[in-house]
Design a protein around this ligand. Structure first.
Ligand code: FDA
Length: 388
């Protein structure tokens, strides 16, 4: 069978590309359902874009690469599409836009857009082999237990990254791209909880606002203690910048001049216990836990200036060394991927082999937490789809 365009992967990027590349398009995926990551995203409400999306929120060996596609299909364009389908949405925090209802509304919207463009979708289809011969791509598939060969002028790699293998993630885009002469940058799990053995197990479920930093950047968002370590948006964000063996620094009292607060309290509320005052700023269970390592005994009146400074240092520059991360098992995305060097930033087409495209998470562009990764999937998918 011959089609103009074969798209491997019916995820966010692949479906979006199909909607723009139609009509003679076939999308194949080994999963039972399309857009499974959209379905489970944002706690079932899909954080589908971010109002403040711009290239600063993306990591890549080439930080400029994502600019063109993001500028040509913006968060406002996607919001417009969402509006056409009467999908209700709200801003949760930091420009993050979520569906009011279920995330499957976004999947259904993309399926309708694909249908409108005339694209076909084959699910439960295995990709066996891809070749390029006589100016065409020849892709061997297996569908309903039967082998089938598809020839196509264009081939779009949209099979995503390696995160959550249980959901069907594979590194197949990297293998195919490599086969056609593309370099793959180092891949790592990102937007992933960091592990600390059972050190924080007694605090599991406690959450607090924190500024989490390393030597490259910092994020102020919620931090969550878990049985295995630290999670929550602040940790997921820093994990994308963290390398095995490095420390992170946690400021538990961001935006507050805590030494001044304590000094003022010493004048007016000197008989208050240090732990009582701290518990007005931090969860009580956390204060109790911190008291095992930091001297929090006594009343505020007992604190010398030097002890106040030492105490505040411990709380605002808590240095922690993760034992590792939870890995691809729970990572929201894969950092790295098909090197941007071999891909045209306007069209997402390979510079090595015309007709080959790489989009979405498969390419070395990774967004922050907050709807940025979907915006990249939409924008890169549209860039390829429009070019075809
Ligand atoms: P995606 O992974 O969506 O699609 C790839 C498709 O290829 C899948 O359908 C897969 O089955 C298929 N495939 C893979 N290997 C194959 C093979 N060998 N043969 C056939 N098919 C194959 N982002 C965001 O912006 N907002 C959010 O709220 C969230 N939330 C979120 C929650 C969780 C739990 C995860 C894991 C991830 C997120 N993300 C997110 C990230 C977001 O889901 C991700 O960046 C995009 O889905 C990437 O889109 P792609 O289309 O590139 O890959």
């Amino acid at each position: 069978m011959h089609v103009t365009t074969l798209i491997l992967g019916a995820g966010a990027a692949g479906m979006m590309a199909a909607a723009f590349a139609g009509p003679d398009v076939l999308v194949v995926d080994h999963a039972k359902n399309p857009g499974e990551k959209i379905r489970i995203s944002g706690g079932g409400r899909c954080n589908f874009t971010n109002m403040y999306c711009d290239s600063n929120a993306f990591l890549s060996e080439n930080p400029h690469f994502c600019k063109s596609a993001l500028a040509r299909y913006t968060q406002w364009d996607f919001l417009d599409l969402v509006g056409q389908y009467d999908i209700a949405w709200h801003e949760k925090t930091l420009g993050q836009l979520f569906c009011d209802g279920k995330s499957t509304q976004i999947v259904d919207m993309l399926l309708k857009e694909m249908e409108k463009s005339g694209a076909q979708l084959w699910l439960r289809t295995q990709i066996k082999d891809v070749r390029h011969a006589g100016g065409r791509f020849v892709t061997s598939l297996e569908r309903d237990g039967k082998p089938i060969e598809i020839t196509s002028k264009n081939l779009i790699l949209a099979t995503g990254g390696k995160s959550i293998p249980k959901m069907g993630a594979t590194g197949i885009a990297y293998d195919i791209a490599r086969q056609f002469g593309h370099a793959i940058t180092e891949t790592r799990p990102a937007l992933v909880p960091l592990t600390f053995g059972d050190r924080f197990a007694p605090l599991a479920g406690v959450s607090t606002n924190a500024l989490v930093s390393n030597n490259k950047t910092s994020f102020e968002e919620a931090l969550l203690f878990t049985h295995r370590g630290l999670s929550g948006p602040a940790i997921l964000q820093i994990s994308s910048y963290w390398h095995e063996g490095e420390e992170i620094t946690v400021n538990l009292l961001p935006g507050r001049d805590f030494p001044e607060i304590l000094k003022a309290c010493r004048q007016t509320e000197g008989r208050r216990a240090v732990t009582t005052e701290l518990a007005t700023h931090l969860p009580a269970r956390l204060v109790e836990f911190l008291g095992q390592d930091i001297d929090l005994k006594g009343n505020i009146a007992d604190l010398s200036d030097a002890r106040i400074d030492a105490l505040c240092d411990s709380l605002t520059a808590w240095r922690l060394k993760p034992t590792g991360s939870e890995g691809y098992r729970t990572a929201e995305v894969t950092l790295g991927g098909v090197s941007t060097e071999g891909v045209d930033s306007k069209s997402m087409m390979s510079k090595h082999l015309p007709g080959l495209y790489v989009i979405g998470e498969a390419i070395d562009v990774t967004g922050w937490l907050g709807g940025y990764n979907f915006q990249w999937a939409w924008a890169s998918g549209v860039a390829a789809g429009r070019h075809i």
